[in-house]
Design a protein around this ligand. Structure first.
Ligand code: MG
Length: 154
């Protein structure tokens, strides 16, 4: 068994869709990034890669590569899981637990759908919590996420 941890943060800007865990959330701003900038899925990808002892998401899917421009991060998550399986044929996720840090928008209504989507791709229960930083930290300028996974390598 191995654990993996991932962290990511993206800036909120106008003119972008807000995607978290593969689910589009209605909001006046979205996250800026080369892919769909799904900060939650990026944190989960880094946790998956970490559990397999692999390099981080920026090394696997560099933002200089046009293949990843605008791509759904859920596809990147599938690819990261496959990369872990290539490394360890018996690789499987046992569980994952994630936290999204956002002052706005309120995420509670979307948590069940996000959990369902991420659990389906990961093939294990994926839990999700949402919190704020009480006006500290990045405030309303962005969204951050942490993820931890437990993985079985063989
Ligand atoms: Mg990212």
């Amino acid at each position: 068994m191995r654990i993996g941890h991932g962290y990511d943060a993206h800036r909120l800007v106008s003119g972008r869709r807000l995607i978290l865990g593969g689910v589009e959330i209605p909001y006046e701003r979205g996250l800026l990034g080369h892919s769909d900038a799904d900060v939650l899925t990026h944190a989960l990808i880094d946790a998956v890669l970490g559990s397999a002892g692999l390099p981080d998401i920026g090394r696997q899917f560099p933002d200089s590569d046009p293949r990843w421009l605008g791509i759904s991060s859920m596809i990147l998550l599938e690819k990261a899981l496959q990369t872990a399986k290539d490394q360890f044929p018996g690789f499987r996720l046992v569980s994952a637990d994630c936290t999204v840090i956002a002052e706005k928008p309120k995420l509670y209504p979307y948590i069940p759908e996000i959990k369902t989507r991420l659990s389906a791709v990961c093939g294990c229960p994926v839990n999700l919590k949402a919190t704020t930083e009480e006006g500290l930290g990045m405030g309303e300028s962005g969204i951050a996420a942490h993820a931890v996974v437990l993985a079985e390598l063989e």
